[in-house]
Design a binder for this molecule. Sequence first.
Ligand SMILES: Cc1cc2nc3c(=O)[nH]c(=O)nc-3n(C[C@H](O)[C@H](O)[C@H](O)COP(=O)(O)OP(=O)(O)OC[C@H]3O[C@@H](n4cnc5c(N)ncnc54)[C@H](O)[C@@H]3O)c2cc1C
Length: 491
Amino acid sequence: MKSPSSIQLVWFKRDLRTEDHQALATALASGPTVGLFVVEEEWLRSDDFAPCHLQFALECLRDLRVALAEKGVPLLIRQGSMIEVLESLHRQHPIHTLYSHQETSLEWSFNRDLAVGAWCRQHSIPWREFKQFGVVRKLKDRKTWPEKRTRIIERPLIRVNGQIRLESPWPEMIDGVPIPDPAQLKPGAQKGGRTEAHILLRSFFEERGEDYSGSISSPNTAGDGCSRFSPHLAWGTLSLSEVHSAIQKKRSALHSLSRTGKWLRSLEQFESRLWWHCHFIQKLESEPSMEFENVNREFDGMRESEFDDAKFEAWCKGETGFPMIDACMRALHRNGWINFRMRAMLLSFATYQLWLHWKKPAIFLARQFVDFEPGIHYSQVQMQAGVTGINTIRIYSPKKQLLDQDPEGRFIRAHLPELSRVPVSDLAEPHLMPPLLQLESGFQSGVHYPMPIVDPDESYRRAKERIFEWKNRSEVRRAAKGVLNRHTSNT
Ligand SMILES: Cc1cc2nc3c(=O)[nH]c(=O)nc-3n(C[C@H](O)[C@H](O)[C@H](O)COP(=O)(O)OP(=O)(O)OC[C@H]3O[C@@H](n4cnc5c(N)ncnc54)[C@H](O)[C@@H]3O)c2cc1C
């Protein structure tokens, strides 16, 4: 028998909002409710963690605390291991039911969930989990997934009522949590919080989104042209259903106007990205080992023994001697975000031209991305590295990307000041400029800017030869049929 003063505990994780929040709405309908966020030790210690992630989360928590207070709900913020926090709270004030969203993440969080489940059973506390994305746990047949995803996302938004203000018997403590060292943060990173998410939502659907389809490929235009919702979806300051509902609203508004062509095309393309969001996270949900292993195990052994630490380091620092790679990497160091095409190019360059196994580059990029979302990240990394056996092989040429996406060299000059005076015609391969011209342009190859760390043509040719030799092996092709079956739904 639970004590009559027991509480409904909403465990906030990557769902830092109060609107369209099923766990919160259900808890509030059941009794006096308290919110909890734990800065978990396991998270802080995980390989993929970076201070910019904590910074974004803390900014979200500041907004969340205010929004919860308006609903009469106190928010407790603790640092430690989830089980210790639950133990201590339960001792002071019995927990009636634990509510949270269902999380698809990395091994540490899966193990934590197992421990929380066992703790709840041991204390006869029900744990109610709700879906956050269009991802289905224990999905038996991938072919049935599209319909399930549609039902999850295209539902009416959930109204969350408040309660009479509950005085918290514990300190709320947001300022007691360690603040990341500013020197480790990214000066150009997006800000967290529901207020920021709303500003982006409004500007995208009122204005920025019209040219979405024309602006997402170039790093010069993508910053404004893309929605920039990714960290907000990753931390749940926006729900996918809210974004879906905004798309529908925009569509109906457009139908009453005559000039809709560009907007409608952009909305369609944007909506397909939201579909991919869940499609990729479903892969990690169904196959958590993809955090560590090739999805197609027949690629095991292709790159593992050839990891070159010096090349990896040059890639991480943005010092490869390939201006488009280096500019993207340095933009990432600064801003914690870069557009899809450039992410794909960075990973492709690391795994093909540098022939590095994908795991260390994946961890490095995860630590740079403020929007790190494990399911999208590891699926994309494996796809771009060519180790699924089911995706088209794409080996990006940094020179071609520079000529196509930054023909005037604006992006290069903004992020590689050492090349700022190089004529645009030489920006893709500054090391080929005659020494005198280099000096006139204020730099010297190998002194102020590195020589290319690999030969572009040779590394491209060799990577292509090797990946296709592996991809065409009969055992790889056989295993690819299994991958196709497990991870695609033919839509
Ligand atoms: C190697 C690699 C790693 C990536 N890692 C991440 C990651 O950790 N977190 C992350 O959110 N995205 C990741 N992406 C996908 C994509 O680059 C980002 O979602 C996008 O750049 C985010 O910017 P945006 O919100 O403005 O995107 P928009 O173009 O406005 O798209 C809207 C939303 O759709 C989803 N989306 C967009 N593109 C993709 C895609 N290709 N696959 C799956 N979902 C997509 C995202 O949730 C995004 O916020 C990765 C891509 C690559 C190639």
